[in-house]
Ligand binder design. Structure first.
Ligand code: ADP
Ligand code: GLC
Length: 519
């Protein structure tokens, strides 16, 4: 139960939610990292997932990693809804602010949670919207919540309220960085209120758009002038994603190739024309994701047998563990892994179609993931069809995922599109070579024939041709191990992303200050 009183003094904390009940101040160890950057900005990172607390995919990983990777340059704090997974975490939450309602959006409270390494999380507390069993987006049966437009409009509005200092939390961002459709209304509400605070909107996946009927306008408090092509109107409906793109100061997406692909009809999800014009105006760019330092095969505590580059015996022990975990027979053939959300994007139907080819050639497949009920069913059926050769676990846990990257020889990632993709980077770091479609971030992070195998068409033939190459390499241990070495040494980290984001933050703030005439 949430029973915290609001402390209108802001940073003097009140009664924590779900933690000890004494009034406390933060110990010094929890203070955010101090920075020498004279251009240090306050950035509010608005997201629906954070891997420390709750995640359904890569957005959660990025939301957890990027603010930390930037901490030495900018003061980045995260705003996330108060789902049960957030409220029930071990970290106490102190109520520091209160926000009024608007249209059909209910009032809410702002809690502050300090993670052990100093990352500050603002938790949007609104039990009627967020305290439900399930994922951030729906019930455990995979169905989306019918009031997601209200739930995530409330998230966007809370960000706008914090930017307007309405929450009185004694911290007002210089820039708001919103992610994907659930945060799409943050830049929109800010724009409609005439806010001068700049906004950055990052597209992690263009296919999830948060589209609702125009009839929702009054509930969400959307002004009539927003219903135009340059606003949030999308083929006679309202699109949260388009709102984020239309009203933000700048748009990024998570790889250079995807930034270009989404300006074409094949990948543009009906927004290619709009995005092409943003590119022409210099308002859309691609900044690739990285992976954090916990991805180190020699020290990862999740692994039963941590191993170094070159220790292929150690890697084989991880493979034995995975075979055991998935009920696979002992084998000297290659072990393929699928670690994925089970959704159309990921091309699992193609893996289903090539599974007999893999098994007939002596390969085995271990599959972990959850997602759409039909896809889950199809994966279960595969395991039944090939007992001892294909094993499936419906669900997700980080430990098993890491062990699979470490134990497998190849990762299957035949995505129809892939904005960036993290799994192929995790796999490479742990010596598992991706067999992946040549698209988006996969194209940018896999070197064909050097650190993995790429195929061009979303077809069984094209996929099989790449698999044949993988089988051939597996037959030559010298070649296989040389590729593993290259993959494990590939320089995936957040450094390459931190600099462009930091520069963009600084530019957007400078531009906004110039426009408003402030110093
Ligand atoms: P996407 O975000 O499209 O799922 P990425 O490759 O960027 O793809 O990120 C996948 C991340 O999510 C990895 O950390 C992976 O281990 C994790 N993951 C994969 N499947 C699931 C799942 N069903 N639930 C939660 N996390 C998952
Ligand atoms: C999305 C994309 C994935 C990307 C992730 C993090 O879920 O599908 O490709 O890596 O976001 O940006």
């Amino acid at each position: 139960m949430i029973s915290a009183a609001v402390d209108t003094q802001g940073e003097r904390f009140s009664q924590p939610v779900g933690g000890p009940t004494s009034l406390v101040d933060l110990p010094n160890t929890l203070r955010p990292v101090q920075s020498r950057n004279p251009n240090r900005k306050k950035v509010l990172f608005v997201t629906s997932e954070l891997a420390d607390l709750v995640k359904t995919g890569g957005l959660g990983d990025v939301s957890a990693a990027l603010p930390r990777a930037m901490a030495h340059l900018h003061d980045v704090r995260v705003l996330i809804p108060g789902y049960p997974q957030v409220l029930e975490s071990d970290n106490p939450i102190h109520i520091i602010g209160e926000l009024g309602g608007h249209a059909a959006l209910p009032p809410c409270k702002i809690g502050r949670m300090d993670l052990k390494d100093g990352l500050v999380i603002y938790v949007l507390i609104c039990p009627e919207l967020y305290e439900r069993e399930g994922t951030p987006y729906g019930a455990n049966n995979g169905r989306d919540w019918p009031d997601n437009h209200i739930r995530f409009a409330r998230l966007g509005l809370a960000a706008a309220d914090i930017a307007a200092n309405l929450a009185q939390i004694h911290w007002c961002p210089d820039l708001v960085h919103a992610h994907d459709w659930p945060a799409g209304l943050a830049p929109a509400y800010m724009h409609w209120r005439g806010s001068r605070t700049p906004t950055l909107f990052t597209i992690h996946n263009l296919a999830y758009q948060g589209v609702v009927s125009l009839a929702s306008c009054p509930e969400l408090g959307i002004p009539e002038h927003a219903l135009q092509q340059e606003g949030m109107e999308f083929y006679g409906k309202l699109s949260f994603l388009k709102a984020g793109m239309a009203y933000s100061s700048h748009i990024t997406t998570v790889s250079a190739t995807y930034a270009q692909e989404i300006t074409t009809p094949e990948f543009g999800c009906g927004l290619d024309g709009f995005l092409a014009s943003k590119t022409q105006q210099g308002l859309l760019s691609g900044i690739p994701n990285g992976i954090d330092e916990s991805w180190e095969s020699s020290t990862d505590p999740h692994l039963t047998h941590p191993f170094n580059i070159g220790d292929w015996e150690g890697k084989a022990q991880n493979a034995a563990h995975v075979r055991n975990l998935f009920g696979l027979d002992d084998s000297t053939g290659p072990l393929f892994a699928v670690v994925s959300r089970l959704v159309y994007q990921k091309g699992l139907d193609l893996t289903e179609a090539v599974s007999s080819f893999i098994v007939e050639n002596g390969g085995q497949i271990a599959i972990i993931g959850r997602g759409e009920p039909e896809e889950e069913q199809a994966m279960r059926a595969l395991a039944l069809r090939f007992p001892g050769q294909i094993g499936v676990r419906i669900g997700f846990n980080e430990t098993d995922a890491r062990r699979m990257f470490a134990g497998s020889d190849f990762l299957l990632m035949p995505s129809r599109y892939e904005p960036c993709g993290l799994s192929q980077m995790y796999a490479q770091r742990f010596g598992s070579l991706p067999v992946a479609r040549n698209t988006g971030g996969l194209a940018d992070t896999i070197e064909d024939g050097v650190t993995g195998f790429l195929f061009n068409e979303s077809t069984v033939e094209s996929y099989k041709a790449a698999l044949s190459r993988a089988f051939k390499v597996f037959a030559f241990p010298g070649l296989l191990n040389a590729m593993r070495c290259r993959a494990m040494a590939a320089p995936f980290n957040w450094c390459q992303a931190v600099e462009p984001y930091a520069e963009l933050y600084e530019q957007l703030v400078a531009k906004a200050l110039g426009r408003s005439g402030k110093q």
